[in-house]
Design a protein around this ligand. Structure first.
Ligand SMILES: Nc1ncnc2c1ncn2[C@@H]1O[C@H](COP(=O)(O)OP(=O)(O)OP(=O)(O)O)[C@@H](O)[C@H]1O
Ligand SMILES: [Mg+2]
Length: 511
């Protein structure tokens, strides 16, 4: 290990919840000033281990030492005093407070969320360090997920932490923003900060971390220098078997004459869409390709009837819809897997069973009566199909790992066989094994005749899994592309070109 000594040492750490052991015999030394990655499948225990180091959970057995000081059970506040800050996977912000108030939340100077004089200058300094562009006075409730993630990152930086645990910090960021975060991490490391980096993006880990700990089923498989690892070596040891990396083959495109299941002509919304025309045919996967804020989620919401259309026409099966709301959309067979699964997708107070069968009560009821036996069998089949962990029909979804919550959400729609399936960031926070299963799921749905609209900030994913793509910028579709011949570089190039064109034409109209 480096001469700087050990920042965090874990010896024989164990943790159980309700009789289920989720961490066993964890031995890791994290060197001061290193960037140390945790990788593993969904439910492997990465977040739980991070929370033990961050003082949110206490270990049942074993020893946790921070800079040589043993910590038995420390609160988040004590962890902070010891110089540890954590960026949570499921973001923990106070929605009604502003960006700056959230950044300084829980600090000595910050009383009850109110800013004190000097905070705005401090905010500007942190902003300069991070290179994010956030309005300190914006209310967090009004921010998109990517911006919230930046607030969490700024909060950790504001705390002058010596150890920062980042639990999937880039899951909502674009490649560009992730790159900026990685530069920030390099600067923090230069200043002696230790970073624990949890992520499913193995490329990011290989490029930005010093060492990596691979976890499987609550145990450490190995800790090793990143320089000696490859994507394949990491995946194989995460899964404990050789895995396929790549993309599943797409089903054939529907014949040109097949009538669209959904079509937009010149649609506008109050959420910023302008003159959007698109078609979606049964069995086709159509990608919305654009950067965060380009209008992708807005299209998803308006197609699902969650936002009203203020101009243009929306046809379903060739019939014009008027004032389409969510209930009518659902009745027409339109399904949306939203970007923000915790707030919009799942019933967190419920168990897996109703969450999966909610959309398909018809299929498991007879004469309007729910048949618990059939419902259970179906849910069990879905748990098996997606590899949901814990594999319990009556598991409490709120306590599931992030990736497993996403699988529950998807299985709900797999069971329902919708006509139109809109997937907004379906593989966010999902491990590489489950990601593959989700990709296969998308392909299976299309092969069975569902028209799929796919949104992903990972351009590689959306391009490789779509037949056709619509290139978006600033609430508009500016081009259509055949995804089978489109590259990520070409897509990015066209998007930036379009943005430059727009800002040039806006500049021209200024006095
Ligand atoms: N508070 C809790 N109560 C009960 N079970 C929990 C709790 N927190 C975590 N678990 C369980 O511990 C296991 C490990 O979860 P954890 O969130 O640490 O996984 P992870 O590796 O971070 O997964 P992901 O990649 O999906 O985020 C899971 O089976 C999860 O359901
Ligand atoms: Mg996690």
């Amino acid at each position: 290990m480096s001469g700087n000594g050990v920042a965090v040492s874990l010896r024989g750490v164990e943790k159980s919840f309700g009789g289920t052991r989720i961490l066993s015999g964890i031995d890791i030394d994290i060197a001061a000033g290193e960037v140390h990655a945790f990788v593993g499948e969904n439910g492997a225990g990465k977040s739980s281990l991070g929370k033990i180091i961050g003082g949110y959970y206490s270990a049942d057995a074993g020893e946790v030492t921070v800079f040589g000081r043993a910590v038995a059970r420390f609160s988040p506040r004590e962890a902070l005093q010891a110089g540890i800050a954590m960026i949570h996977q499921e973001l923990q912000l106070v929605p009604h407070l502003t960006v700056a108030e959230n950044v300084f939340l829980g600090q000595e100077s910050n009383r009850g969320g109110l800013l004190v004089p000097g905070d705005l200058q401090r905010f500007a300094a942190i902003e300069a360090t991070c290179g994010f562009h956030l309005d300190p006075r914006a209310r967090v409730a009004d921010l998109r997920i990517a911006e919230r993630q930046k607030v969490e990152i700024m909060r950790a930086v504001a705390r002058d932490a010596r150890v920062i645990i980042m639990d999937e910090p880039t899951s909502s960021l674009t490649e560009d923003e992730a790159e900026r975060l990685h530069q920030l991490i390099a600067r923090l490391k230069g200043g002696g900060v230790t970073v624990i980096y949890v992520s499913h993006f193995l490329d990011h880990i290989l490029a930005n971390c010093d060492r990596v700990t691979v976890m499987r089923d609550g145990r450490v498989v190995r800790t090793s220098p990143v320089a000696g690892e490859t994507k394949q070596s990491l995946v194989d040891s995460m899964l404990g078997r050789a895995a396929t990396i790549g993309w599943p083959a797409l089903p054939p495109m529907p014949a040109p004459g097949v009538a669209p299941v959904a079509e937009w002509r010149g649609v506008a919304t109050a959420t910023g869409l302008r003159d959007v025309s698109l078609v979606l045919r049964p069995g086709e996967i159509v990608g919305l390709i654009g950067l965060v804020g380009s209008g992708r989620t807005e299209i998803a919401r308006a197609m699902f009837g969650a936002d009203a259309i203020t101009a243009g026409t929306y046809l379903i099966d060739g019939v014009e819809t008027r004032g389409l709301g969510v209930p009518q959309a659902v009745r027409a067979g339109i399904a949306l897997v939203p970007e923000d699964r915790r707030r919009q997708g799942l019933v967190l107070t419920q168990t897996t069973r109703p969450n999966v069968s909610l959309a398909t009560l018809g299929a498991v009821s007879r004469f309007g009566l729910l048949q618990p036996g059939r419902e259970k069998a179906r849910v069990r089949a879905m748990i098996e199909h997606f590899g949901i962990v814990p594999a319990k029909v009556d598991g409490a979804v709120a306590l599931y790992s992030g990736g497993n919550q996403q699988k529950v959400l998807l299985s709900k729609w797999a069971a329902a066989r919708p006509r139109v399936l809109i997937l907004d960031e379906p593989s966010r926070g999902v491990d590489i094994g489950a990601r593959r299963r989700i990709h296969e799921f998308i392909v299976e749905m299309a092969a069975a005749g569902t028209g799929v609209v796919l949104i992903s900030s990972e351009l590689e994913e959306v391009i490789n899994l779509s037949h056709r793509g619509y290139l978006m910028s600033d609430g508009r579709i500016f081009a259509e592309a055949d995804c089978r011949s489109l590259t990520v570089e070409a897509a990015l190039h066209r998007i930036f070109q379009e943005q430059n064109r727009q800002s040039a034409s806006q500049g021209a109209t200024l006095p």
